[in-house]
Design a protein around this ligand. Structure first.
Ligand code: FAD
Length: 496
């Protein structure tokens, strides 16, 4: 398909090419087709959803191999309602305790000030330190960018960091608190300090949030602390968005891998590898929602400085090991969200989500389904293990943490998913890298980047960021449609 022809505006040049059908790309496409733009979504894999993988088997297990639940932010709920998933939403009880494994047993993470006073996770010195820090009595920041470890040690003390913050970092980023940037990875929390301590900040910012909250009667009601999923798993969301896009005539191409991107005049020429051979798409704008290391390659010629900055974003390997055990094999009643494990406890597994305790229908009666995370920045050797070795490592860890230590039962191995490059790390220098990318993008009008390495990794953050990007793209397209538009010589485009 390399013939050079003169395309006509009506049937050849798209308004927007969205590269990647993860939640970021699908959100943007969904938003832009509502504004009647001609959009095409192109995805390298043979499915939509990107990091979202929900699965089930005929033994009655249903599990997640990527995100396992989400904060039901209004933007996410609105999107779900728009694509017909209002009645499919399921919510996990916000009061379910979360645990930290310390000194051989599980300790509930305090969720209230009274809980923080009573907790055994911290000694009295640390509690006083934490209370003072939370009220704003903390050493001022040193010069230079603070790591997550430095920031929280300054505010909350070293024990709170090792027993609470670091395990939480493992749970969200599978990262290293010494390498992660406080202002990039925890921008909202770091900003709270500027209000005069975390407590004052939290009170003020919750007032702000309430003021901003849109009162939409169409959205499902959600109680504080509840976490969401969908009846058949989180993949229902990307699949419903894609179905809706297709129903409205928007192509969502699978097994289309973007190989190169160039600009001729005001038009982007994108070349894809597809099962049918090369396909070429011409468009007025392109939004890349691909991981940073892919985006870096795609921009190597067009925006080399942006490409170099993106290449510096590190993604560790993480494995999701999904196991099931008979309920009577546990030392605890398993009423909870799951447990995190500080690196100081001699346990390799980062944390375990008690999946079947969160949502109904995830395991047959009498069985407990567990989603275990192992690997991350601090455990690069994980990549050397076979899947069987990963299962064995997690099983031995579970015998130390929540299973009866003398259990003779072998795990029922449901799935192992090794994410070679799991979650982008917002490390020291991240915001500077993103600033370079942003400046570079100004040189290539019509080119956008929206992905989980900007503005937060959580699903709700990706959706928020996607909506903001859609507004920018809408403005751009509106502006150029007001200008006269001349067609350059471009290769034949083959999209429908
Ligand atoms: C193990 C794990 C657990 C997580 N747990 C949670 C959780 O519990 N809650 C939560 O809120 N978040 C969680 N997250 C984070 C969240 O799932 C992700 O940040 C989010 O799904 C990323 O969406 P995205 O669209 O930005 O990127 P992706 O989902 O990565 O989508 C990018 C898409 O681009 C495609 N692509 C790549 N290269 C090309 C190319 N050349 N051409 C075309 N397409 C291409 C990819 O195939 C992919 O589909 C988790 C992530 C992981 C990995």
């Amino acid at each position: 398909m390399n013939s050079t022809t003169q395309p006509t505006e009506a049937n050849q040049i798209l308004d927007v090419l969205v590269v990647g059908a993860g939640i970021s790309g699908l959100t943007i496409a969904h938003e832009l087709i509502a504004k009647k733009y001609r959009v095409l979504v192109a995805e390298a894999q043979d499915r939509v959803g990107g990091a979202i993988i929900s699965a089930k088997n005929d033994e009655g297990y249903q599990w997640e191999e990527g995100p396992n639940s989400f904060q039901p932010a209004p933007e996410l709920l609105r999107l779900a309602v728009q694509v017909g998933l209002k009645d499919e939403l399921v919510l996990a009880d916000g009061k379910l305790p979360r645990f930290v494994f310390l000194d051989g047993k599980l300790n509930a993470i305090p969720m209230t000030p009274q809980g923080a006073i009573a907790t055994k996770i911290l000694n009295w010195g640390s509690k006083i330190r934490l209370a003072l820090g939370a009220l704003g009595f903390a050493r001022p920041a040193m010069a230079g960018e603070e790591s997550v470890e430095q920031f929280f040690s300054r505010l909350l003390g070293k024990q709170a960091v090792s027993n609470l913050v670091a395990p939480f970092i493992s749970g969200v980023y599978a990262g290293d608190p010494k390498r992660l940037s406080a202002k990039a990875a925890f921008s909202k929390i770091a900003r709270l300090e500027s209000y005069g301590g975390l407590i004052a900040g939290a009170i003020l910012s919750s007032k702000e949030r309430k003021a901003q909250k849109l009162n939409d009667p169409n959205l499902p009601k959600v109680k504080t602390g509840e976490l969401g999923s969908f009846r058949q798993g989180i993949k229902m969301l990307p699949e419903a968005i894609a179905t809706n896009l297709r129903a409205q005539g928007t192509g969502v191409k699978q097994q289309w891998t973007l190989r190169s991107l160039e600009k001729q005049g005001e038009i982007y020429i994108s070349k894809f590898d597809t099962p049918m051979g090369e396909e070429i798409i011409t468009s007025r704008s392109v939004v890349l929602t691909t991981p940073a290391y892919v985006t870096a390659k795609l921009l190597a010629d067009l925006l080399p400085a942006a490409s170099r900055a993106l290449n510096e974003i590190f993604y560790p390997t993480v494995a999701c090991v999904v196991l099931a055990y008979p309920k009577h094999e546990f030392m605890y009643d398993m009423k909870g969200f799951g447990n995190l494990i500080p690196r100081t406890q001699g346990v390799r597994t980062l944390g375990t989500i008690w999946s079947s305790s969160l949502f109904a229908g995830r395991a047959p009666a009498g069985w407990q389904l567990l989603l275990n995370f192992i690997g991350g920045t601090l455990d690069p050797a994980l990549a050397e293990l076979s899947e069987l070795e990963m299962i064995e490592a997690v099983h031995q860890d579970l015998k130390k943490t929540i299973l009866r230590p003398d259990t003779k039962v072998e795990p029922k191995a449901i799935a192992v998913h090794v994410w070679d490059k799991a979650i982008p790390q917002y490390e020291i220098g991240h915001l500077e890298r993103l600033a370079i990318v942003e400046t570079e993008l100004q040189k290539s009008q019509g080119l956008y980047i929206s992905a989980n390495f900007i503005g937060g990794v959580a699903l709700g953050d990706c959706i928020k960021r996607g909506l903001q990007e859609a507004i920018k793209i809408d403005k751009f397209l509106n502006n150029i449609s007001k200008k006269s538009f001349s067609f350059p010589e471009v290769p034949h485009s083959t999209h429908e």
